[in-house]
Design a protein around this ligand. Structure first.
Ligand code: ATP
Length: 280
């Protein structure tokens, strides 16, 4: 039986601007998205029977057709007439519903893995078209580069090279519904960052674009998000912000030691999920 094991990385948002509400219920966004090396592990095994099964074993993540990885496998198997199926084993290391894009990354990884296992030879553009039908962030994980994402997230442009950084992730574990965040957002005509820099020489240059419109909803409801940002800055982060619709907060550090020091402070007595990772 043909099988493939792949890593599905998480992402953080260096920039997240909500431009407008669209008639279809989605929002037009402008985001700068960066992958980090906190990864789910996914093993895909092709089977001779037509069913798909997902084994994830993580609370809050469905194992059947509700899993976005299941939907990705279905989309790819529907392109063949061999009557094959797949077993997908997922080890979830990325916190769930955390603003780190874990589900989208799993889906993108299954699309790319199935493309290879089934020998379909679909090009990146086609995989991204299939991906956006599963979730707005899926194309970014197929793109596999630091990107400016526009539209609902599917219009991707490569960002200029950025220096590598150490990233401290802290998830306080409060439940934040993405749908609630977008529903509650007051769209203002505030001028966003007009033009993105063309050169990023330092970690500070990266932090100069930090902005997340969704913090206007989450921080008043969950002040702990602002408290984590303040602690990270006090402990030496060059910048700190909420990722996606939260609640995970990330800080950028110039070196591993200072990221670890800040992690120790934030882990003490809280029991929160924390990780020090690198940009990829
Ligand atoms: P984003 O940053 O794109 O908003 P997120 O990190 O906040 O995403 P996910 O971890 O992708 O959120 O999970 C969102 C929801 O999707 C969860 O409620 C979960 O039950 C469901 N889900 C379905 N499949 C998966 C998967 N493979 N991994 C994680 N969550 C999944």
């Amino acid at each position: 039986m043909k099988s493939l094991t792949l890593l599905a990385p998480a992402k953080v948002n260096y920039l997240l601007e909500v431009i407008r509400r669209r008639p279809d219920g989605y929002h037009d966004l402008r985001m700068v998205m960066q992958r980090v090396n906190l990864c789910d592990t996914i093993t895909i095994t092709l089977t001779e029977t037509p069913d798909i099964s997902v084994n994830c074993g993580k609370r809050g993540v469905p194992d059947g057709p509700g899993n976005i990885a299941w939907k990705a496998a279905r989309a790819m198997l529907d392109l063949t007439d061999h009557g094959q199926g797949a077993v997908i084993d997922i080890t979830k290391n990325i916190p769930v519903a955390a603003g780190l894009g874990g589900g989208s990354s799993d889906a993108a990884t299954v699309l790319m893995g199935m493309n290879e296992l089934l020998g379909l030879g679909l090009l990146e553009q086609r995989l991204m078209e299939i991906g956006v039908t599963l979730g707005a962030d899926v194309p970014f994980f197929i793109f596999q580069k630091t990107a400016l994402a526009e539209g609902i997230g599917e219009e991707l442009t490569t960002m200029p090279a950025m220096p590598a950084a150490w990233v401290l992730l802290v998830n306080p574990g409060v439940h934040v519904s993405t749908a609630w965040v977008y529903r509650s957002l007051q769209l203002t005509n505030r001028a966003g960052l007009d033009k993105l820099p063309e050169l990023f020489r330092s970690v500070e240059d990266i932090c100069s674009i930090f902005s997340n419109d969704l913090e206007t909803v989450t921080i008043p409801a969950f002040p702990v998000i602002a408290e984590i940002k303040e602690t990270m800055l006090r402990e030496g982060a060059a910048g700190a912000m909420m990722s996606g619709s939260g609640p995970t907060v990330f800080g950028l550090f110039r070196d591993r030691e200072s990221a670890e020091r800040a992690r120790n402070v934030l882990t003490q007595e809280t029991g929160w999920f924390t990780a020090v990772v690198e940009t990829i």
